[in-house]
Write a protein that binds this ligand. Structure first.
Ligand code: ZN
Ligand code: FE
Ligand code: FE
Ligand code: ZN
Length: 270
């Protein structure tokens, strides 16, 4: 049996509940249909057990999030709308992820490293000054150490924006594969899917996450991929997908993964 069809999906979309995204789910769905996507999924930032920072839903808002996506599914019965969650991987909160996993019939859980220390979300512009206070090498190492632990945790269906640490354009000297080879070995070993995320094109670095050489190293290890926009507004749905699909194809990928009920299924790349 061959693949069902060539289709494009976007599983990384946010909602206003996180406080830094705009547009109701239906506006994202209408945008996705206009872009010709075959299915989409929402994945807002997960709540933490207590008020933790200012860019995620409050702990008591999780039921509201789930109901909001269920309502969107009811409004568009003929269009697949998946229910996901973008979860921060923070060492010592693994039990919380297990707790979240039991709160709904998720189609997928995304793992993300934003926090490289308990008080530093590395993609947050409010901490930009810290980049001048310690070597870039050290910051990158902390990020990829955390990403490796996330892969080894086996808590997630796919792992987001693999080299997010480059967001503001800070990069160590030389061949960067020394930072992510170990991480990619852990990702391959865990059998988890990696995300190509076009949001980097909209940030200071102006580059897809991950870089091309990172993706080449992932492909060599047969690590499956999913291509997402990380939309925080309806106009960002499927943003720069032609560039992302071209990159994936160019590197040698022939399929991307789709998600339903926490099971990954390949479809041919389009
Ligand atoms: Zn966000
Ligand atoms: Fe993220
Ligand atoms: Fe996101
Ligand atoms: Zn994200």
């Amino acid at each position: 049996m061959g693949y069902p069809k060539c289709m494009r999906t976007d599983y990384h979309m946010h909602t206003p509940l996180c406080g830094h995204a705009i547009g109701a789910p239906r506006d994202y769905i209408l945008a996705a249909q206009k872009q010709g996507l075959a299915e989409i999924g929402f994945s807002d930032h997960n709540p933490m057990p207590t008020q933790f920072d200012d860019w995620r839903m409050a702990p008591e808002e999780l039921p509201q999030y789930i109901e909001m996506i269920h309502a969107a599914q009811r409004e568009f019965p003929d269009y697949p709308v998946r229910l996901g969650l973008e979860c921060d991987f923070i060492p010592s909160f693994e039990g919380h992820i297990h707790h979240l996993a039991a709160q709904a019939e998720w189609d997928y859980l995304i793992g993300s490293v934003h926090y490289i220390t308990p008080d530093w979300d590395v993609d947050n512009p409010k901490h930009l000054k810290r980049w001048t206070e310690q070597p870039v090498e050290e910051i990158w190492q902390k990020y990829f150490d955390a990403y490796t632990l996330m892969a080894e945790s086996c808590l997630f269906d796919f792992l987001a924006h693999p080299d997010l640490v480059k967001k503001f354009g800070h990069r160590p000297e030389g061949d960067l594969s020394r930072f992510y080879k170990g991480t990619l070995d852990a990702v391959a070993e865990a059998g988890v899917v990696l995300e190509i995320n076009t949001a980097g094109l909209r940030k200071d670095v102006h580059e897809i996450y991950p870089s091309r050489d990172f993706l080449v190293a992932a492909h060599i290890r047969n690590i499956p991929i999913v291509i997402n926009s990380d939309a925080h507004s309806p106009k960002e749905v499927a943003a720069d997908f032609d560039a992302a699909y071209m990159l994936a194809r160019d590197v040698g990928y022939t399929e991307v993964m789709t998600f339903k009920g926490r099971k990954a299924m390949p479809v041919a790349i389009s």
